[in-house]
Design a protein around this ligand. Structure first.
Ligand code: FES
Length: 176
């Protein structure tokens, strides 16, 4: 049988590889232990633990879903439900710079698609793809909660507001 598209929920890549062990390194483990002290229950620590995991590995792989579940006594389904709900968690590997263009209403009417299409064309990628050198991933995302300063582009953890194509080019030139 042909392999299913990676976005298909039953695609092989979405299942953990039992041979791949993931574990926080000592520094990250220390940060995780500190996170636990700030929440009343292990479950309540899920979002910050996923943030920490994403900092460590760049994305939340199926193996990380299982690992985080084991740390917090949660089922993989519960962890995956949260990972797939929030678009701040990467469900596949991304480039060094994750260029996330909001295309919801306020951004759309202020020409977010001009920026998005420009990025895809300039970097030679299709929407959602990563450049061959692993430097940039271009993605379309839902409302970033900053509609008053639309259009907004999030690069990794930073917001860039009131953007346009020219400003995007200037920003790209700085992202080396
Ligand atoms: S619509 Fe883009 S930030 Fe809200």
């Amino acid at each position: 049988m042909a392999d299913l598209h990676p976005d298909n929920p039953y695609a092989k890549v979405r299942f953990p590889d039992r041979g791949k062990l993931v574990e926080f390194l000592p520094d990250a483990k220390k940060r995780f232990d500190h996170i636990l002290t700030r929440y009343p229950t292990k479950e309540a620590a899920l979002l910050p633990t996923l943030h920490l995991a994403q900092e460590e590995w760049g994305w939340i792989s199926p193996e990380v879903v299982h690992y985080v579940g084991s740390l917090l006594d949660l089922s993989p389904a519960t962890v995956f439900g949260v990972v797939s709900f929030y678009n701040m968690y990467n469900q596949k590997p991304v480039g060094k710079y994750h260029l996330q263009v909001c295309t919801n209403l306020s951004c759309m009417v202020t020409n977010a698609y001009d920026i998005y299409e420009h990025l895809c064309e300039k970097l030679g990628v299709n929407p959602g793809e990563t450049t061959g050198d692993g430097r940039y991933t271009v993605a379309e995302v839902e409302c970033l909660g900053s509609c008053g300063t639309a259009p907004v582009v999030q690069v990794n953890n930073d917001y860039h507001e009131n953007m346009d194509v020219r400003k995007m080019d200037e920003l790209l030139a700085k992202l080396k």
